[in-house]
Design a protein around this ligand. Structure first.
Ligand SMILES: Cc1ncc(COP(=O)(O)O)c(C=O)c1O
Length: 477
């Protein structure tokens, strides 16, 4: 029987041909990226980009479409990519994402994702063990640090607050404690939960941008006096802007003494727990009730791959219901394999495929090697910045994130923000490097996240030379 129009699109031969061409194109792209050829970010304004794709001619050749896509995206595989905290994904992990997209097993129930469900259990059990959690711990994979932090705070409220908010609704009066430098998604999660501005108790930071834990008792007591009930405290491991780690040991102690839920947002630097050299940064994480780790940041995974781990697995089963749906109906067996009971999503990505394949194929040491390399590089880069007379570091880097600015002598300090903003605008426009900017304690800084395993210290010296050259031209037009 002749195939209809839709059926023809599933032709295995055509798929084979398209797939091979795509992989050829991507392999060439990777080769060129590693050589540092082409611009890392061929920036085009949003309006022009929209016009381009609206006017893109119809073509039967997917090759052309992909070629144009590759020309119009940010090249995270380029050694001069040092912008946002997104990993250049391990090629194997990307292939697994392709496989996941092909299989489209939606994960909502076990039958719709049998292999990835088992893999998810293996990966999350492994992460829990690395943190130092007991075997009663459990994790889930979910779609991003933002959603994982919200889910963790919902679990916190469910487990650390006596009221039945799930069924009765919220009458106000609850609060969380979090550093003022934490990622904005924590604040957003609290507001989604109805806590409002008053329910987010922002703790000031020290000079190094980590939470000033000495302020905690006073903030906590003041909140109680006002009639608020803090129920959770969130530690950043590290915070986004400067990559500074909160003192998780101090937070664990504070939380335990007041029976608060202790959550660690380790979206970026939680994987330090896998490094013998940098594990000290997350000391105290083992005392957390829940921990978030993004695979797509420091673990070489494609977006979007996030683990949410619970010290006591049972607490993860009642986040989205009043009763802990921990056991299968009529049995004493734990219902770990119907993941949607514990996740926000019903259908979700099979991101476990990527994580499991990398662990299984390369072994766990690969994550430590990557993190050590990138964190070491940041230390060396900081030394080079300090050795240059006209540069300022916002603080000593603790991870692979650095904030710095050009501050040539003789320039009025009040013009430095503008000067550095113009420098970053030029970097973006030319697209040779990709760096970002951030505002810290009222001052504008340039910011790099050293995500690419091909970035060398010579590239970073090249960046500083380039910026100085641009800066001198800006000052002497
Ligand atoms: C510390 C921290 N938490 C949470 C997030 C949000 O994670 P995602 O982008 O995966 O939603 C980020 C993102 O940069 C982050 O740095």
């Amino acid at each position: 029987m002749a195939k209809d129009r839709v059926q023809q699109l599933y032709d295995p031969g055509a798929f084979h041909e398209m797939g091979h061409k795509l992989i050829d194109q991507l392999s060439r792209y990777l080769t060129e990226a590693q050589k540092g050829e082409a611009r890392v970010l061929p920036f085009i304004s949003p309006v022009k980009m929209l016009e381009f794709w609206k006017g893109f001619p119809h073509s039967d050749s997917v090759e052309e479409l992909v070629a144009e896509m590759l020309k119009h995206t940010t090249n995270v595989h380029h050694p001069l990519y040092m912008g946002h905290q997104v990993a250049p994904p391990l090629p194997l992990a990307s292939l697994m994402a392709l496989l996941g997209g092909f299989l489209n097993n939606g994960m909502a129930v076990y039958e719709m994702g049998m292999a990835p469900t088992a893999m998810e259990r293996i990966v999350t059990d492994w992460l829990c063990a690395q943190i130092g959690y007991k075997t009663s711990s459990r994790g889930i994979l979910t779609s991003g640090g933002t959603l994982a932090n919200l889910t963790a705070l919902l679990s916190a409220r469910r487990n650390a607050v006596a009221d039945d908010i799930w069924n009765q609704g919220y009458n106000g009066g609850l609060a969380i404690l979090v550093s003022e430098a934490a990622h904005y998604c924590v604040d957003r999660a609290a507001r989604i939960m109805g806590l409002g501005e008053a329910g987010v108790l922002k703790v000031p930071v020290l000079e190094d941008f980590s939470m000033d834990t000495s302020k905690l008792p006073e903030i906590y007591e003041a909140a109680r006096q006002k009639g608020l009930t803090p129920f959770a405290i969130v530690g950043s491991a590290p915070c986004t802007a400067t990559g500074s780690y909160d003192d998780l040991e101090a937070l664990a102690e504070f939380a335990a003494a007041r029976k608060l839920w202790f959550h660690v947002d380790g979206a970026h630097g939680g994987p330090a727990v896998l490094s013998e050299k940098y594990r000290f940064l997350v000391r105290g994480m083992e005392g957390a009730d829940s921990v978030v780790i993004d695979g797509h940041k420091m673990m070489g995974m494609p977006v979007i791959t996030t683990a949410l781990l619970f010290a006591d697995g049972a607490t993860s089963y009642n986040t989205f219901s009043q009763e802990a749906e921990y056991l299968l109906a009529d049995t004493l067996e734990e219902d770990w394999f119907n993941g949607a009971k514990r996740t926000f999503e019903c259908t979700k990505l099979t991101s476990a495929l990527s994580w499991y394949a990398v662990l299984n194929t390369y072994g766990e040491g690969i994550f430590e090697a990557y993190l050590n390399r990138q964190y070491d590089l940041a230390q060396t880069f900081a030394k080079r910045i300090r050795n240059r007379p006209d540069w300022e570091l916002a603080c000593k880097p603790q991870s692979n994130i650095l904030c710095f600015r050009w501050a040539p002598s003789g320039i009025p300090p009040e013009t430095l923000d503008d000067l550095n903003a113009r420098l970053r605008a030029q970097v973006l426009e030319e697209g040779r490097f990709y760096i970002v900017q951030t505002r810290l304690k009222g001052k504008l800084y340039l910011r790099t996240s050293l995500m690419n395993p091909f970035t060398e210290i010579a590239n970073l010296e090249e960046l500083l030379d380039y910026l100085e050259d641009k800066g001198i031209k800006l000052l002497n037009p």
